[in-house]
Design a protein around this ligand. Sequence first.
Ligand SMILES: [Zn+2]
Length: 223
Amino acid sequence: MIKFFIKIIKNIFTTFVRACDYIISGRKEFSITTDGFDEDKYPFINNLNIGKKLLSITNEYISDRYSIVVINPVVLELVKSREKDFLNFTWKEENLGKYHSQKMINEKYHMIYIMSGLPIKRFKAIIAHELMHAFLYEQKIFTDDQPCREAMARWIEYKILKDLHSKKDIEHILKIKSLKHGSGFKEILKIEKKARKKPLVRFLIENKEEALNLQKAINNLSK
Ligand SMILES: [Zn+2]
């Protein structure tokens, strides 16, 4: 019984913290100033404010370079490994982050959870992965297709790791075998060549047939 009440109080507290976070910083997430922010000082990310700065930097980066523009506010939460059971997460090694779309005060916002203590390059790549989920949600792309959404998210994760020259992580991501965890991203790498200089997401939005072909190719991998 006592345990039950503690859990309820914890839940209320978490919701309250998230509400404050949303009201105070959620709306301004994109305008956080990153001037003079020295990334080299933070090899591992276990501080929420640093996490938010990196969220802002990564958001801007994927928007400029890959046309992945997320409109609604994004709220970030770092999760320590001992907390993940409390949040009912089933995190496997492939999943170091989690995305949720939430509603508060009649407005939608995105909730991103990331494992605390990740190395900075991995952290950025996972942020980009979760932002892709937010983008797909807003744009209603691959809404009913989990393997495709995961493939898209893995694809941007892979691109960021490549941009950051994170060799070890690239090897790791290339070894992912299951469609559920985004192994379909290799099909996206093939289609990317067709898009030439156009950002991939724009190419897919403008060429419905190519998007359908990609969807088929990814889902055929399971056969
Ligand atoms: Zn994902």
